[in-house]
Design a protein around this ligand. Structure first.
Ligand code: CS2
Ligand code: MG
Length: 403
């Protein structure tokens, strides 16, 4: 099954996506997602210059050997750009292998561990009441789990809340980083009221998640985790920047609130201490950033030894190719936790077709051979790339902080 061609499709239907297409001599092709929000063309250059030329002529069935070739052979190992490139190759090769075997990807991984995959919705609002309105709407749509993010009095622009109702808030439209101002004190004094209000209005059954987005120190995260225990959150996500894995020992000493980490991680080595010391409860690294199916299986298996479950990152800055592969992985993986769901823009759905379904708050995997996602290359041409940047954050005194 020789690789005869490999090329990239860069398109921006609603936001920027980079898709890798690997074609074999028989005509069977596979797709991988190489999108890294705000760094798209870095991954394009890495793939074009250092990966695609070395792919041509290789045996597409040798997924593990190709993974090792681009990982060990890179010398400059790991990092978001390198691992996004390796992830795209890996997912495309698993897509090809499943198509060649005539089976949906989840079968190749080991078959179904569940009929459907629980998702969580993004419920946001400029204030608590408007966030609660969103929670009500999503519960009516069948969601069993909601991520709640609300404006904080005294903070002008905050992660996860659009400036205007209904606008997208995942920043992808600023050519250069917008600068936001952050106050930990204002946030910590207000956000517990959000969870209290959700429990007050909707009771205990709905799973409630929250994304702190890397902004606290360990002791501040410990305070927040402890203070919100009465609201038994499903998880507090990214409560501190996680380069220092030791930080979580301090947080763990103070609170039983479950912790989710890893959307900015890109290899098992980022997790080792967190997993082996059981300092977290969910791993977040998406398949398109963490080394593809091949490496995420390793991370999920290590996590399973320590009672840790998956909770894949899944906002719209990961393409439907990544989500499609994730739904197959989520359907198979024994230590599944939850899958993030943020509906794509209509243009995105126009360019990418998929056979996974979303109904009643859950994903249902498709039965087509492969991961079931395809791209319309003609339609993709209608949406040219436009540079986009994630914001930066400063404290009120001007200190550059974590966004
Ligand atoms: C967020 C992301 O969905 C989440 O958990 O952390 O939306 C994050 O802000 C974006 O992926 C950054 O590109
Ligand atoms: Mg997050």
């Amino acid at each position: 099954m020789k690789i005869s061609d490999a090329y990239l499709i860069v398109t921006s239907p609603g936001r920027n996506f980079v898709t890798l297409k690997i074609v074999t001599e028989s005509g069977t092709y596979g797709l991988g997602d190489a999108t890294l929000n705000g760094r798209e063309l870095s991954v394009v250059a890495y793939l074009q210059e250092h990966v695609l030329p070395a792919l041509i002529g290789r045996d597409a069935s040798r997924i593990e050997d190709i993974w090792q070739y681009f990982y060990r052979g890179a010398y400059w190992r790991r990092g978001p750009v390198t691992m996004a490139a390796i992830s795209a190759v890996d997912v495309a090769l698993w897509d090809i292998k499943a198509k060649a075997a005539g089976m949906p990807l989840y079968q190749l991984l080991g078959g179904k561990s569940r009929e459907r995959v629980m998702a969580y919705a993004h419920c946001t609002g400029k204030d608590i009441d408007s966030c609660l309105e969103q929670v009500g709407k999503h519960i009516e749509q069948g969601y069993r789990a909601v991520r709640v993010q609300a404006g904080i009095p005294g903070i002008k622009t905050i992660y996860g809340v659009a400036k205007r109702e209904g606008d997208r808030y995942e920043p992808a439209d600023a050519e250069l980083p917008a600068e936001h101002v952050w106050s930990t004190e204002k946030y910590l004094n207000h956000v517990p009221k959000l969870f209290a209000a959700v429990r007050e209005r909707f009771g205990d059954d709905i799973h409630v998640l929250h994304d702190v987005h890397h902004r606290l120190t360990p002791i501040e995260a410990a305070r927040l985790g402890k203070e919100v225990e009465p609201y038994h959150l499903f998880w507090l996500e990214d409560c501190v920047p996680a380069e220092n894995q030791q930080s979580f020992k301090l947080i763990r000493q103070h609170t039983t609130t479950p912790l989710a980490v890893g959307e900015v991680f890109n290899s098992i080595h980022d997790y080792r201490e967190l997993i082996e010391s059981q300092l977290i409860d969910y791993i977040r690294t998406p398949i398109s950033h963490g080394g593809g199916i091949t490496h995420l299986r390793r991370i999920a298996d290590l996590a399973s030894l320590y009672h840790i479950r998956t909770g894949f990152h899944g906002p719209t800055d990961l393409s439907p190719v990544c989500l499609g592969a994730a739904v197959h992985f989520d359907t198979w993986v024994p230590n599944f936790g939850i899958q993030e769901h943020m509906p794509y823009a209509a243009e995105t759905e126009e360019v990418f077709s998929h056979d996974y379904r979303f109904e009643d708050g859950h994903f249902v995997v498709g039965e087509k051979p492969g991961h079931g996602v395809d791209i319309d290359e003609e339609k993709a041409k209608q949406y040219p790339y436009k540079r986009a940047s994630l914001p930066v954050n400063r404290l009120e005194d001007g200190t550059l902080w974590h966004w």
